[in-house]
Design a protein around this ligand. Structure first.
Ligand SMILES: [Fe+2]
Length: 345
């Protein structure tokens, strides 16, 4: 059997339905449309097996806890995703089953560190990595034009030329393309080499979209819009970073910092484990618990999460509440694990 691909939104922000017989997957669902998806799945008696995200989106609201529950399927994202609601983290080369078919994961960083493409028989869902006649911008935090050039030219352009390309966005009315057409016609990749691509992407001077921080903060933190009583955005860049090795050294000292872990309880005891002695306060409970943490406001506090995004938000909240010596663990527990530093579970 071959996986069938259909676009559901009919707008420039695309959600795809993949079906293999009665087994279905949704790629990049938009929160506001969850009820439409649910009705469609019911009408066609499809069983939703997976929600696949191509990356941490900045332009629309992803599923929150409630929307996720309504759809009742696990969310899949790349290992580097900062999302607190992911159920299954994947890496390049992983294969997911959909009915009797397979979905292969290609790691294609550049637009974001966690960007992936999902390859099915004869088609590839390219997220914001490769667009029809374009490519996703690389000027957001974590963006990397060189990595994107490598991913597109080495991984996507290595696919058979007739592979159908389904992008996450299109602003010009296109619905799909092919690898061959993009190889020949995509102006972004008609540059002579990687260096020229980096220069091109650096010269685009794209305006920052209106709602980007609103959507990104919500998607990264799991907060609802309007749920927090202060502007998270402008402040998140401010907290001083601390590297994992430096934190490990500081923890051996007598006046070691307090480690505040703002992940979900399942993550605290999950695969990545936690730093010995860390205090767990999930980000969505932090504001409520601030009074109890007041005793630490003059002490060194290092905030930790999975990838360093939620902890940046927490740092901003603590600083606003008068904490003076707050640092953000750069790269989060992923970096801690990559350096093989000790954890508890
Ligand atoms: Fe994107």
């Amino acid at each position: 059997m071959t996986i069938r691909v259909e676009e559901l939104n009919g707008t420039n922000c695309k959600t795809y339905l993949l079906t293999s017989g009665k087994h279905a997957a949704l790629v990049d669902p938009v929160r506001e449309r969850v009820e439409d998806y649910r009705v469609l799945l019911t009408e066609r008696t499809l069983e939703l097996a997976l929600v696949l995200e191509t990356h941490m989106h900045a332009d629309h609201l992803m599923l929150n806890r409630e929307a996720k529950q309504r759809l009742g399927a696990p969310i899949v994202m790349h290992r580097l995703s900062p999302s607190p609601l992911t159920d299954r983290y994947v890496v390049g080369g992983d294969v997911l089953a959909l009915g009797s078919d397979q979905i292969r994961v290609l790691h294609t960083p550049g637009h974001t560190p966690d960007s992936v493409c999902y390859l099915v028989d004869g088609a590839v869902l390219t997220g914001d990595t490769l667009l029809v006649g374009g490519s996703g911008r690389t000027d957001f935090p974590g963006g990397d034009a060189g990595a994107q050039y490598d991913a597109v030219t080495e991984k996507l352009f290595a696919l058979p030329e007739d592979t159908v390309v389904y992008p996450a966005h299109d602003y010009n009315g296109h619905t799909s393309s092919t690898i061959g057409a993009e190889k020949r016609n995509n102006p972004r990749f008609s540059v002579p080499n990687r260096t020229a691509y980096i220069a091109l992407m650096g010269s685009l001077g794209l305006p920052v979209p209106d709602r980007i921080q609103q959507a990104l903060q919500v998607n990264q933190s799991g907060f609802e819009p309007g749920e927090v009583s202060f502007p998270l955005v402008a402040e998140t860049a401010r907290a001083a970073p601390i590297g994992a090795n430096e934190l490990a050294a500081r923890l051996r000292e007598r006046d070691a910092p307090m480690v505040l872990d703002v992940r979900e309880p399942e993550e605290f005891v999950g695969e990545l484990g936690h730093i010995s002695g860390a205090l767990l306060v999930p980000l969505d409970l932090l504001e409520l618990r601030l009074p109890k943490l007041a005793g630490y406001s003059e002490r060194d506090v290092v905030v930790v999460c999975r990838a360093g995004a939620r902890s940046a938000t927490a740092c901003a909240m603590l600083e606003r509440a008068g904490f003076r010596r707050v640092q953000n663990l750069e790269g989060g527990m992923l970096q801690w694990q990559d350096l093989a530093l000790p954890v508890q579970r």
